[in-house]
Design a protein around this ligand. Structure first.
Ligand code: GLY
Ligand code: MN
Ligand code: MN
Length: 467
């Protein structure tokens, strides 16, 4: 390994991402280039959710926030401005176009909840223009929006809860955890909400109206097209998921519980550096294969049944989405094989059509037609295509022609209810989904998950020593 490669590895481990900070800086620059002088963008990360008592759920940054910052700590807001703005933060006046509000260093709190980058180190470490203590955020909002005519925010809002209320509401998430919560924090947040409401009323009554837009309008077209470095991370997530599925196929057998297959998959994920699953693993055996988002995963499996495993590793924040359906004891029955091969044919037909310019509607139609022609049309429950990336159902607008650099899944399924009288008894209760991941290229598509056993003979071969 070269010294440079070693240095990059050390730096990436410090930064918690394999993508260098300059990639994130370039993404922010692409947004700044698109903002008019009176445009502002405020991107909040996700709140920390309480799991029970004083324990929190594991924290994961907001995907849009991560895409622009690569910053992994909770309680942070990115502000981008189309022109230079100034506001006061405590004693100081801060000026610039790019601001990251984040937690200040606090040795006592860090002993409990982990290391912080802190305000002083953030500009060099994250290549951000200005870093500001998050405690100054609520005081700075008015000044940030003062001369703005458009505010892009990553909040969901309705007419009943206009964006500034939503923003005030969202700042509740910036309350520090209990052990470091200053007295009066709740009172201050309530005051902020009131202040923002008054500000909104003043804007409504007077000059120029502030327009609100979704930050995603500008961020998502960038997220849609994956860079070579992002494609590498997705491929790595696929390779890790492949290892998990293979381990589960080898673990499967009569009397094994669904959660034991989950354990095999999750061991393979963590053992290979995937921090978590991109979504709750779906491991449905027998009748549970017919429940699309089943995740109890606690049934004892029986020989002769199929088990449907829909799992995806999240690697460096990028998640993939793969489904394999296989016989619990490694051998398909005649009926199971027949249904399985129809689903496989539908997937192959849809995948063969992938190329730049085709739409999700075209892909859905091709898969559906194949299943309908085989006589199983009444057992289709869902469409077959969605995009993947930082989110398992990644950003992208339906009907948009697919472009090179898009990564997606194709996942046809046939789900025959146990009481379906239109089919012979041996077909009843069979549920099959097959899901694979593809990259659109200028020439067509690359089947990124092609190495995971998929045909009946490949699956039976992998599971052959099984009872
Ligand atoms: N794993 C969720 C889905 O297949 O869309
Ligand atoms: Mn899936
Ligand atoms: Mn999917």
């Amino acid at each position: 390994m070269s010294r440079l490669a070693a240095l990059i590895i050390v730096l990436s481990s410090l930064l918690q991402s394999q993508l260098p900070p300059d990639d994130f800086r370039q993404r922010r620059q692409a947004i700044l280039d698109r903002l008019g002088p009176a445009d502002r963008m405020l991107v909040l990360t996700r709140p920390v959710f309480i799991r029970n008592s004083d324990q929190d759920h594991p924290f994961r940054p907001d995907s849009d926030f991560w895409y622009l910052t690569g910053f992994w700590e909770p309680r942070a807001v990115l502000v981008l401005s189309g022109s230079e703005i100034s506001f006061s933060a405590g004693e100081e006046t801060v000026s610039g176009r790019e601001f990251l509000f984040l937690r200040e260093k606090d040795p006592r709190a860090e002993t409990w909840t982990g290391r912080r980058v802190g305000v002083a180190a953030a500009p060099a470490r994250l290549l951000i223009e200005q870093a500001v203590d998050i405690n100054h955020f609520s005081g700075a909002i008015e000044a940030i929006l003062q001369d703005a005519d458009t505010a892009y925010m990553n909040l969901s809002w309705s007419d009943a809860a206009p964006p500034l209320d939503a923003l005030a509401e969202a700042t509740l998430q910036y309350l520090p955890p209990a052990e470091e919560r200053p007295r009066g924090a709740f009172r201050r947040v309530r005051a902020l909400a009131a202040k923002l409401r008054r500000y909104r009323e003043a804007l409504k009554a007077g000059t120029p109206q502030l327009a609100y837009r979704q930050a995603g309008d500008l961020i998502h077209p960038l997220r849609l097209i994956k860079s070579p470095a992002e494609i590498e991370l997705l491929q790595k997530a696929i390779d890790i998921t492949a290892a998990g599925l293979l381990a589960a196929m080898r673990r499967s057998g009569h009397g094994v519980y669904e959660y034991q297959l989950q354990a095999s998959v999750e061991f393979a994920f963590k053992d290979r550096g995937a921090k978590r699953s991109g979504y709750e693993p779906i491991i449905g055996s027998g009748p549970n294969a017919l429940i699309l988002h089943y995740n109890e995963n606690d049934r004892r499996m029986q020989a002769g049944e199929l088990v449907l495993m829909d799992v995806g590793a999240e690697y460096q924040m990028y998640t993939v989405d793969i489904t394999r359906t296989f016989p619990v004891n490694g051998r398909f029955s005649e009926a199971q094989r027949e249904v399985y091969n129809v689903v496989l044919k539908a997937q192959a037909a849809a995948a063969a059509a992938l190329k730049p310019g085709i739409t999700d509607a075209d892909i859905n139609r091709i898969a559906r037609e194949t299943i309908v022609e085989a006589g199983y049309g009444e057992f289709i429950l869902h469409g077959v295509i969605h995009l993947i990336g930082l989110d398992v159902h990644d950003v992208g607008v339906r009907g948009t022609p697919l472009a090179p650099g898009t990564v997606l899944t194709i996942e046809p399924g046939i789900y025959i209810p146990a009481d379906a009288e239109s089919v012979p008894v041996e077909y009843r209760g069979i549920g099959v989904r097959i899901e694979d991941d593809y990259l659109i290229t200028p020439e067509g598509a690359i089947h990124m998950s092609r190495d995971i056993p998929r045909t009946v003979s490949q699956i039976e071969a992998v599971m052959s020593p099984q009872r």
